[in-house]
Design a protein around this ligand. Structure first.
Ligand SMILES: [Zn+2]
Length: 201
């Protein structure tokens, strides 16, 4: 994993050497029994990523996602820690004013169950451009509906998408991975208890 650092130019409100990225990108979390705002998903820019949920014993039950290198160098694989797959979906969170648009990343568990998020998202964003509203019914079940995008917002979305796609794919992956790696709890569809503990040696 190469290190990805932002060089922030406060004057122009831009990142210097990757001038395309909106630096405010953050993980988008929806709590159970709540609804998201409208989100425009970049369906062609989703990444599936092998990770380990690593929970240090002295960390009060909180864990961290660590990228699995999927080879013999991965220490967590060697320790017998289960490999999970998460799908990272970049999205633009839409607001009333174009100035309020922001980049977010959804971390979607890779489950095919009908009430889970991934199959519903894929179904919803098939076809013409729309935004989705995600209703999180319980910890693991969701309802997704689509909404037409206001013509006023289309231009701003298009230019944000163009900027995003101008970033090399590897850098996009790095950015999204770095956003999710430092956080985890059982709020987001993962059960800490499902993780296999490292084998005793
Ligand atoms: Zn691994």
């Amino acid at each position: 994993m190469k290190d990805f650092a932002f060089d922030w130019d406060s004057e122009s409100d831009r990142i210097l050497d990757n001038s395309a990225v909106t630096p405010g990108i953050s993980e988008y979390k929806i709590k159970p029994n709540t609804e998201s705002g409208p989100l425009f998903l970049l369906k062609n820019s989703t990444f599936r990523m092998p990770v380990h949920l690593f929970t240090p014993s002295d960390n009060g039950g909180r864990g961290f996602y660590l990228q699995c290198t999927s080879d013999e160098n991965c220490k967590l694989c060697q320790e017998g820690v289960e490999v999970l797959h998460v799908v990272l979906v970049p999205a633009i969170a839409l607001a009333c004013k174009p100035a309020d648009f922001e980049w977010v990343v959804l971390r979607v568990p890779q489950s095919e169950k009908p009430r889970s998020l991934m199959p519903q998202l894929m179904q919803a964003i098939r076809g013409k451009a729309c935004s989705v509203i995600i209703n999180r019914l319980t910890r693991i079940s969701y309802r997704v509906r689509t909404e037409e995008i206001s013509p006023d917002n289309l231009e701003a979305i298009e230019s944000m998408v163009k900027e995003w796609m101008a970033i090399p794919e590897e850098d996009r992956r790095c950015m999204m991975y770095q956003i999710i790696q430092a956080y985890s709890d059982d709020e987001h569809g993962f059960d800490l208890n499902q993780m296999k503990r490292p084998r005793a040696r």
